[in-house]
Design a protein around this ligand. Structure first.
Ligand SMILES: [Zn+2]
Length: 124
């Protein structure tokens, strides 16, 4: 378990540096671990959000401001996740459908899962 923890920590460090030196990250499997790591964080935030919401409704003092920080954190994690997924897809000569997040061959004009047009996507 401690080896896995080390990998997670390294993956997290990779994420922290992601914006600065994305090209230094050459290992697709590290990105996969990073993506899973972020997904787990997002699930934790959702759980926390639900717990706060439940407790506040239950006590009759629902304050949406209390939930705003968490929703903001989830948005940031989602952006990180999408950046990692896009990077990983591009390393595997694929790109991510903006509509359904399916990884499709890079030269596709349409998503083979949901049929969305992929022509406009040209960020690198
Ligand atoms: Zn799609």
């Amino acid at each position: 378990m401690s080896i896995l923890d080390d990998v997670m920590v390294n993956a997290k460090a990779a994420i922290d540096d992601f914006g600065k030196k994305a090209t230094d990250i050459a290992d697709s499997s590290v990105l996969a671990i990073s993506a899973n790591n972020i997904k787990n964080e997002i699930e934790k935030k959702y759980t926390e959000l639900g717990r706060i919401y439940y407790n506040e409704v239950k006590s009759g003092s629902l304050d949406l401001d209390d939930l705003e920080d968490l929703t903001g954190e989830i948005d940031i994690l989602m952006e990180q996740l999408h950046a990692v997924q896009a990077k990983r897809a591009s390393m595997r000569n694929r790109k991510i459908c903006p509509k359904c997040k399916n990884a499709v061959p890079k030269d596709s004009s349409f998503c083979n899962k949901c049929g969305a047009s992929l022509e406009e996507e040209s960020e690198d």
